[in-house]
Design a protein around this ligand. Structure first.
Ligand code: COA
Length: 445
């Protein structure tokens, strides 16, 4: 069977940076460690005045096409995943294709374009669509461009303000990919939930605490569903576990639950028994309350074991590095986590070829998806070529006053005139409004 997966990735970060501990926490009257230790976040990326979901997506896609030497004729599909769309009819992919057509001779007239919506899981769903399109043999030898782009802003004063971010991830999905292949097996955990939604409004209505619980419940369901088709996940089989990362503290919670699940009825549980006992089994308890209490105590002990700490440090922590410095990118977040883990493996000189990733995506509303990926031979060249770390350093650091202005600039209900903080170069920029209220873009040399 033909291998299908992610051939290449490019990441574009919003060009502004706000330090959460030094700039945001004091203004909120918070202890800086709530951010750095509790949420696991150091900084958030924000879009400059001339940036939005189209420019960020187009800039990531342009970089990817240039690096891979692609022309529009090589692309048969452009899918954009976003939960920050500003148009209920015309998909963001048409705006992005329009941008790219400004700089290429050819066009994307024969590419199928669309937009995927299911909160943060839509990026993974778009990869799914591309995978199925290629597997069905409808691609005519062409590749698919999947772009996850979001400006994750919350209303001023909402607790979610702590976890904002903005950026785009462009991915090329093809046959015989250089980076990772995707498993046919996948698991879903999906239910009608009201944890985070935007009913015809720009900023989300969020029940933050509930969304954490729903994330964990749906992810557990998805993992069990995945195991029902792929077989039990073994600790040693998984080299990295990139998960949707609204903030690293969320993944820390999910990782502990995942570890408990994976080691149940294995040698690892036996080996840990003298230290922390066996995992509580529901059947052994007379009430749910007692069972929950016992589970909580077991988890507290499990978290402190060397076995867990070592697994977490090797398998999960490397995937969180980028998120700590950019915040939540919604649809792009799990794809940032994958790259983060591979960058760290590259820096550590690991040979990842043939290694397995267990990927967990999540979208509020709510749906989790779990699948696995196998790292391909070309991974080193692909990861080496991603220059996101340089771009993180190049971001312009904003003060709290700047933040208030930039939040207003990107608030659809406000019309404010704010100077650009950075100078655009070799990139697409927002260029005002057209006669039908469409947003217009141009390429700046
Ligand atoms: N030192 C160390 N840790 C600290 C701390 C300090 N001084 N102060 C607080 N913390 C910890 C808290 O204990 C908590 O960790 P825990 O959940 O493991 O107990 C964490 O920091 C966050 O603090 P909390 O008081 O819960 O923050 P909050 O009320 O501002 O809300 C969110 C946090 C995530 C719920 C909120 O930012 C939100 O709604 N985000 C958007 C929704 C979202 O991202 N959902 C995730 C699923 S997709």
């Amino acid at each position: 069977m033909t291998k299908v997966g992610i051939d290449a990735v490019e990441i574009h970060t919003g060009k502004l940076k706000m330090d959460l501990a030094e700039v945001f926490a004091p203004e909120m009257g918070d202890d800086p460690e709530k951010y750095t230790k509790g949420l696991g976040l150091h900084a958030s990326s924000f879009p400059d005045v001339y940036e939005d979901i189209v420019t960020m997506g187009a800039n990531a896609a342009y970089k990817l096409m240039e690096r891979k030497g692609l022309t529009p004729e090589d692309i048969g599909r452009i899918d954009v995943a976003t939960e920050s769309a500003f148009d209920n009819s015309k998909p963001v992919s048409t705006y992005i294709a329009g941008c790219l057509e400004q700089v290429y001779d050819g066009d994307f007239h024969h590419a199928n374009k669309g937009e995927r919506k299911f909160a943060c899981v839509a990026g993974t769903q778009s990869i799914d669509d591309a995978y199925n399109w290629i597997r069905a043999g409808r691609h005519r030898g062409r590749a698919a461009l999947v772009i996850a782009t979001d400006t994750a802003l919350y209303a001023r004063g909402d607790p979610g303000e702590a976890t904002q971010g903005a950026g785009a991830v462009a991915m090329l999905i093809s046959e015989d990919p250089s980076l990772v292949t995707l498993s046919t097996e996948q698991g879903f955990g999906s239910a009608d939930e009201t944890d985070f939604l935007k009913p015809n409004q720009q900023f989300p209505s969020v029940d933050g605490k509930r969304s954490v619980q729903v994330y964990l419940a749906r992810m557990r369901e998805a993992l069990e569903d995945y195991e029902s088709v792929a077989g039990k996940v073994e600790l040693d089989d998984v080299n990295l576990a990139p998960f949707h990362t609204p903030f690293p503290g969320m993944v820390r919670k999910a990782a502990l639950l995942g570890f408990r699940h994976i080691i149940r009825d294995t040698d690892v549980e036996d080996e840990l028994e003298p230290e922390i006992g066996r995992q509580p089994r529901e059947a052994e308890f007379d009430s749910e309350e007692n069972y929950t209490e016992a589970i909580r105590a077991y988890m507290d002990d499990l978290k402190r074991t060397d076995a867990y700490q070592e697994w977490y440090a090797n398998t999960v922590d490397p995937t969180l590095y980028l998120a700590r410095h950019v915040g939540n990118w919604y649809t792009g977040s799990v794809h940032v986590a994958r790259v983060s883990g591979l960058i760290k493996a590259y820096e550590a000189g690991e040979d990842m070829t043939g290694e397995q990733l267990l990927v967990g995506s999540y979208g509020s509303g709510a749906q989790a998806e779990v699948h696995s990926e196998i790292v391909q031979e070309g991974w080193k060249e692909e990861i080496e070529a991603i220059d996101i770390l340089d771009h993180l350093d190049d971001r312009y650091e904003i003060s709290f006053d700047d933040y208030e202005h930039i939040h207003d600039v990107h608030n659809h209900e406000k019309d404010v005139d704010v100077e650009e903080f950075t100078v655009p170069q070799s990139e697409f920029v927002f260029d005002g409004w057209g006669r039908m209220d469409e947003r217009k873009y141009r390429f700046v040399e």
